[in-house]
Design a binder for this molecule. Structure first.
Ligand code: G3H
Ligand code: 13P
Ligand code: NA
Ligand code: ZN
Length: 331
């Protein structure tokens, strides 16, 4: 069944677990996410970016998610719009049937330039007013996502600030977070706590606290009823990087957020954990290896099946690690 983000994350908070939010663009990703959820009795958050809408087209994306709900009626599914850059874009998604939208007012409408706090409050407040009237949840964002190691915002198109960020911009301020929530009434808040989008988060194997756990804890204390969201939460599996590079790929050395660090974040209030890159890496690795090992094969279903299997394994691992597993039937 389709449920709102608020409904799901309230349950997650009461029971102290986290929920991975996987980006979805196509059938194979959707199947991987749903089959893994079905096997582990996990509730689902699927999110579509502007890029996903451009790739698949809004009606296909909408019906892909509706098909998932039809095939797996016992799994609660949140249909979430990732990184909306204006109230108008969020309105469009609400119209399409999304049960949750992200209004990312931390950046201007270009999705690149950091905006003012006042601008962020204004666009987010307007979106909440509209969404709540329709029973739709809203995620806001405060702060600039970027690696605490490199100061870089990451490389995704349209969702990262351009240029180097200062340490100050890289961590959401707890007082400002409290003020922001009071002014906007968002259901969930994406915070900057040391992660960044894409595959190139850290240049060295992360040691110690790669996440600003103290900051997460402080923010959670100030806004206990607003669910914290961690973007840029891919772990960048080294085994899949090796498969890619062993089969003709050329991906430079890079590291993501270790699963144990995410678990620590969940213990301190993180509820929604955004993951896109890990499924991209797993499917690319599986396809590259298949192509290398099966040079006369040309049925796309063959290599897409191994890609689905690889993505599903990542989903299974995250549902277990975040303790999402076992909760679908309890909601
Ligand atoms: O936060 C961004 C997600 O990784 C989506 O990326 O805009 O390329 O679809 P995309
Ligand atoms: P990753 O690039 O780490 O997978 O993050 C995805 C994300 O935050 C989508 O909003
Ligand atoms: Na931001
Ligand atoms: Zn994001």
């Amino acid at each position: 069944a389709l449920i709102s983000l608020r409904q799901l994350l309230d349950h997650a908070a009461e029971n102290r677990y986290g929920v991975p939010a996987f980006n979805v663009n196509n059938l194979e990703q959707m199947r991987a996410i749903m089959e893994a959820a079905d096997e582990t009795d996990s509730p689902v958050i699927v999110q579509a970016s502007a890029g996903a809408r451009k790739y698949a087209g809004a009606p296909f994306l909408r019906h892909l998610i509706l098909a998932a709900i039809e095939e797996f009626p016992h799994i609660p599914v949140v249909m979430h719009q990732d990184h909306g850059t204006s109230p108008a874009i969020c309105q469009r998604s609400i119209q399409l049937g999304f049960s949750s939208v992200m209004m990312d007012g931390s950046l201007k409408e270009d999705g690149k330039t950091p905006s003012s706090y006042e601008y962020n409050v204004e666009v987010t407040r307007r979106t909440v007013e509209m969404a709540h009237a329709c029973g739709v949840s809203v995620e806001g964002e405060l702060g600039c996502l970027g690696s605490l190691e490199t100061g870089e915002a990451g490389e995704e198109d349209g969702v990262g600030a351009a240029g180097k960020l200062s340490q100050d911009q890289l961590l959401t301020d707890p007082d400002e977070a409290a003020e922001f929530v009071q002014a906007t009434h968002v259901d969930a808040l994406a915070i900057a706590c040391g992660t960044s989008h894409g595959a190139y988060k850290f240049t060295r194997p992360p040691t110690g606290d790669i996440l600003a756990i103290d900051r997460i804890r402080e923010i959670h204390k100030r806004i206990p009823n607003t669910h914290l969201v961690m973007h840029g939460s891919s772990s960048v599996p080294q085994d899949w990087l090796k498969v890619i590079n062993d089969n003709g790929g050329e991906i430079p050395e890079t590291y993501g957020v270790p699963v144990e660090q995410i678990q620590e974040g969940i213990r301190h209030g993180v509820r929604k954990v955004n993951i896109d890159t890990d499924l991209r890496l797993a499917s690319t690795g599986a396809i590259r290896r298949f192509m290398q090992e099966n040079k006369s094969e040309f049925d796309p279903r063959k290599y897409l099946t191994v890609a689905t299997r690889a993505m599903k394994d990542i989903c299974l691992q995250r549902y277990q690690a975040f303790e999402t597993a076992g909760n679908a039937s309890k909601i």
